[in-house]
Design a protein around this ligand. Structure first.
Ligand SMILES: [Zn+2]
Length: 287
């Protein structure tokens, strides 16, 4: 007599272990690792990933009450029409990301980076600054959708993006409204907004991220045996997934929900970031 559910589970765990072994072999041979990440890498730190309207509205019930979706609030139009509501949402996220501690997987990555001849770089669609908080140098992190820790002018007055340091938003969480003063551009006095690429956003000030990407590609060209480790990057917002897959090097995909890989040389690990990275550094004997 068999219990299929259990057998499936055992088979699944066996497959994960086999793929972790294959991934450890790829990493051991690499001279450089590019980590491409999306929202899934932050889940083990307790960060929401806003998947679906229900996931988003559970995190921001005041927006649910008004029927405002993530796409509608993460939008320059929202700053023009309802700046206190838009800043209620982004101000809350700024505080959340300032407070959150990166999970153990980040320190495992940092130790792996130090063991590699050419080190590690990051390409992330996350705006939360968790890699820098975990100890990675800012110039080694490409934030392709910008950073919540920077502000930009909503009038495009020519002032480059500036750090949000010193902006301490007071939020009425029940209403999702900014109570303190709206932040302004120090040059022209126009409304400041997060330096984040939003939906339908033609005003995004992306120079610093483009420069970081140019530096990353120069570093990548120096490597002989680079690999990509993609972590928690889904197909819904595919920027990080596409960037990693477009580079013609072996790929390790860590993703419990969308683990499939197209090429036979690539390795898929269908589990969460912290679990996968903990087991990988154990296999590699990186202490
Ligand atoms: Zn300005």
């Amino acid at each position: 007599m068999t219990i299929p559910a259990d057998e499936n589970q055992i088979q699944h765990q066996h497959q994960i272990q086999e793929n972790l072994d294959a991934a450890a072999e790829l990493i051991a041979e690499a001279d450089a690792v590019l980590v491409c990440s999306g929202a899934g890498i932050g889940i083990d730190s307790g960060l929401p990933d806003f998947r679906g309207d229900n996931g988003f509205w559970n995190a921001y019930p005041a927006l649910g009450t008004r029927g405002i979706s993530f796409v509608e609030i993460a939008n320059p139009q929202a700053f023009r029409q309802h700046p206190r509501l838009a800043w209620g949402f982004y101000g809350h996220r700024l505080q959340l990301y300032r407070q959150v501690q990166p999970h153990l997987g980040f320190s495992h990555l940092l130790r792996l980076a130090k063991a590699l001849p050419l080190g590690m770089r990051h390409f992330t669609s996350n705006v939360d600054g968790q890699f820098q908080k975990a100890g990675f140098a800012s110039e080694h992190v490409v934030e392709c959708h910008g950073s919540i820790h920077y502000l930009q002018c909503s009038r495009q007055c020519g002032n480059p993006a500036w750090p949000a340091t010193g902006f301490e938003p007071e939020i009425d969480e029940a209403q999702c409204l900014l109570l303190s003063e709206l932040p302004v551009c120090p040059v022209c006095g126009g409304l400041a907004r997060p330096n984040i690429l939003m939906f339908g956003d033609w005003d995004f000030e992306g120079d610093r991220y483009q420069q970081a990407q140019d530096r990353l590609l120069t570093w990548f060209a120096r490597s002989q045996r680079a690999i990509v480790i993609e972590i928690g990057a889904g197909t819904a917002i595919p920027s990080a997934r596409r960037f990693g897959a477009a580079l013609d090097v072996p790929l390790i995909r860590i993703n419990p929900g969308e683990p499939g890989v197209a090429r036979s040389r690539d390795v898929s690990i269908a589990t969460g970031a912290q679990n996968a990275l903990t087991r990988l550094v154990e296999l590699l004997k990186i202490t």
